[in-house]
Design a binder for this molecule. Sequence first.
Ligand SMILES: Cc1cc2nc3c(=O)[nH]c(=O)nc-3n(C[C@H](O)[C@H](O)[C@H](O)COP(=O)(O)O)c2cc1C
Length: 378
Amino acid sequence: MTVVTDVADLQALAKRRVPKMFYDYADTGSWTQSTYHENEAALQRQKLRQRVARNIDNRSVKTTMIGQDVAMPVALAPVGLTGMQHADGEILAAQAAEEFGVPFTLSTMSICSIEDVAENTKSPFWFQLYVMRDRGFSERLMQRAHTAGCSALVLTLDLQVLGQRHRDLKNGLSAPPKPKPLVLADLALKPRWCWNMLKTGRRQFGNIHGHVSGVDDMSSLAEWTNSQFDPSLDWSSVEWVKKHWDRKLILKGINDVEDAKIAADIGADAIVVSNHGGRQLDGALASYEVLGDIVDAVGDRIEVHFDGGIRSGQDIFKAVAMGAHSTYIGRAFIYGLGAMGKDGVTKVLEILHKELDVTMGLCGETDIANVGRHNLVL
Ligand SMILES: Cc1cc2nc3c(=O)[nH]c(=O)nc-3n(C[C@H](O)[C@H](O)[C@H](O)COP(=O)(O)O)c2cc1C
C-alpha cells in the first residue's frame, strides 16, 4: 500500500474496502451531480495570496465553535448510514473526533443510536435532527439527545423532499444490504467489511429501530422512514424545535441570503451554509459561491458555518478567509472511516490540520483568528 498523504488516497482505499452501494451512497450527488462537483470546483478556483518574509513561527489554528474550544475550525458533519461505511462507524468517528478535539455530529439517520454513541464517548457530541411528520417522535428524539448530554442540536432544513440520487436507486441501497446475487458477489470482495459487520449488532437505523411501534423489520422500517420526511416543515416548525430545545441550536442547509436573514432573526446560535453536499437541489450554487454574500448579510449577528466540497486544509483556509467562522467535513471523514476505521478518521483530521497550518503560514498568518479576505485573490 502506498503511503497515505491526502484525502484522495483514503478515498481510493475506501472505494476498495467499502461495499459498492455504500461507497456510491457517499460519492454521489443528485441528478446530474453538477452542484456536487461545483462545490469542490468553486473552492479549487479560489486563489490565495502568498506572502513571504513574515515571521510565521508559533502558529495556531485553534478557535471556538458556538463557544466550544476546537483544535481547528472543523466539525464532523452529520452523515446518514455512517455505520454502513464501517461497522460501528458513528462510534469510531465520534471517538476520533473527541480525541482530536473537534465536534462530532450524529445524524438522525445513523446506524449507531444516540445512546450507543453517548455510552462510548466521554465528551458531549452534537445531534442532527430531521423533523419527521410524527412530531411526537421528533420530540422524543430531542429528549433522548438531551438526556445523552448532546450540547447542540443541528436542525437540517434542506431535506423536506429527497433529491434523487440515481446510483442509490440502481444499487438498491438498503441497510443492511439485501442478499441479492450482485450484492453478494460484491460483499465477497470486501471480507474485512463483512467480518467487522458480523461482529457488531448495529446494522439498522439505531435511532428509529425499536423506538417506533409497528416498525420492527427491515421493510417496515424503510417504509416508515421514507414516509416520514416532512414537506410541510417551515419556519414555524423551527420555532417549535426551538421551544423544545434549550441548548445551542444550529440551522443547517442555508443557501440563500434571505433565508440566512430569517435564520438570524429566529435567534439560532449558528447557521451552516450548505447544499447538503450537492445531494439535494442539483443546479443550486456551490456553497462557496454563496458564502461571501451570506457572511456580509448576517455575519455580525450569527456564527456562519460552512460545508460542501472540503477535501483539504487549503479548502478550510479559503472558507475561513471568505468569512466562515468554521467548517464541517462530510465525505472527507467518511472516506477515512471506510478506508481504515477510527484510524482513518484520525488520519483525515491530521492531514487537514497540517495542510491548514502550512497554508496559513505560507499566506503569512500565524493565528486563524486573523485570517480574512485579505488572504484571497478577489
Ligand atoms: C453520505 C452522506 C450522507 C449524509 N447524510 C446527512 C444527514 O443524515 N443529515 C444531514 O443533515 N446531512 C447529511 N449529509 C450532508 C452532510 O452533512 C454535509 O452537508 C455534506 O456532506 C458536506 O459536503 P462534503 O461531503 O462535500 O463535505 C450527508 C452527506 C453525505 C455525503
